[in-house]
Design a protein around this ligand. Structure first.
Ligand SMILES: NC(=O)c1ccc[n+]([C@@H]2O[C@H](COP(=O)([O-])OP(=O)(O)OC[C@H]3O[C@@H](n4cnc5c(N)ncnc54)[C@H](OP(=O)(O)O)[C@@H]3O)[C@@H](O)[C@H]2O)c1
Length: 298
């Protein structure tokens, strides 16, 4: 299997890169701004870097785990979000067609409005922020232009990228920030009216490998098994990492004064991957315990 992972310096891409190598797949991984040993430079806005990766590697499967993933940044810099998440995906789709590769696109529960999550794959989409809108437009381009594609939506990822372990870039991940702040005796703020299905990056990597192996097509949800408020999620992090619970400040979403709107009842249902016997989803304690092991081995 010749697998190209765009965004292999990120939380998910980094995990998938290591897992695919352990499976003895032939893997090429890319970074954009955080240079990392063994990875190749690729910016989807730079057509020559896209062409070079396809020309050198001629991938059978391309996992698109890269892009602008910071939800507030997508609101603050809408052009950046459009250039990378929409136009970048459109240019990638052209290369996919030219080289006859299969695209696996990672999407999000933020394509839904958060009125009544967790959501099944076929629920009607209605993004309420720019991040969700750019991700949905990318999905629509893929659905219109390609026949052999896989769209895997995920939600509230937690994990650790290799570059975080070597301190070559700051931790952007919510769970890692919470752990870091609480270990340094800082208060953390957690909304009790913001719901999702937190997903361990290792579990999603496993789901992706199985879907690729089975040559699955279409839309799948790959997410954690538990539908939790942010407050309950942070409480679970505190339990697993043995942190001081009194540092958690229970707040409402509106108190956080975030730049972008959030789907309040987001999250994803994973009945499809379970029914098709692809994978069981992890509960939060299991995923967090694996994250703890990963961090202590590093
Ligand atoms: N994190 C979540 O909670 C969450 C939830 C739902 C869905 N998702 C989706 O899951 C996927 C992976 O998310 P993640 O949290 O693992 O991401 P991440 O840690 O933020 O990493 C993003 C990756 O994209 C790369 N990238 C940024 N700009 C790029 C560009 N112009 N061209 C090519 N690559 C670029 C980054 O490279 P550099 O760092 O080297 O610049 C990095 O490798 C994304 O598609 C995201 O939308 C994430």
């Amino acid at each position: 299997m010749k697998l190209l992972i765009i965004g292999a310096s990120g939380i998910l891409g980094s995990k998938l890169y290591n897992d695919a190598i352990n499976k003895k797949w032939n893997v090429m991984g890319t970074y954009c701004s955080h240079k990392h040993e063994g990875l190749f430079y690729l910016d989807v806005r730079d057509k020559s870097s896209l062409e070079k990766a396809f020309n050198i590697f001629e991938p059978e499967v391309v996992v698109m785990a890269g892009g602008i993933t910071d939800v507030d940044l997508c609101t603050l810099k809408p052009k950046l979000a459009e250039d990378v998440n929409i136009k970048g995906t459109s240019d990638l789709v052209k290369k996919i067609k030219e080289y006859g590769s299969k695209l696996v696109y990672i999407s999000t529960d933020y394509i839904f409005d958060g009125e009544n999550g967790p959501y099944k794959e076929n629920y009607k989409t209605n993004p309420i922020n720019n991040y969700g809108r750019t991700k949905l437009e990318a999905e629509n381009i893929i659905r219109t232009k390609l026949k052999d594609y896989l769209i895997v939506r995920t939600c509230q990822l937690y994990g650790v990228a290799d570059r975080m372990l070597t301190n070559s870039a700051p931790a952007k991940n919510f769970a890692i920030k919470i752990i870091h702040n609480m270990q340094n005796n800082k208060k953390v703020y957690a909304a009790d009216d913001l719901y999702s299905t937190p997903t361990y990056s290792g579990s999603l990597s496993d789901i992706l490998i199985k879907l690729i192996d089975k040559k699955s097509k279409g839309v799948y949800h790959g997410a954690g098994a538990e539908f939790l408020s942010r407050y309950d999620y942070v409480s679970k992090i505190t339990d697993v990492f043995k942190l001081d619970k009194s540092l958690i400040q229970r707040v409402k979403l509106k108190d956080l004064k975030l730049k972008a709107k959030r789907p309040e009842k987001g999250g994803l249902k994973t009945d499809k991957i379970r029914k098709e016997k692809i994978c069981e989803s992890y509960d939060c304690e299991t995923g967090l315990a694996l994250l703890k092991k990963e961090l202590s081995n590093a």
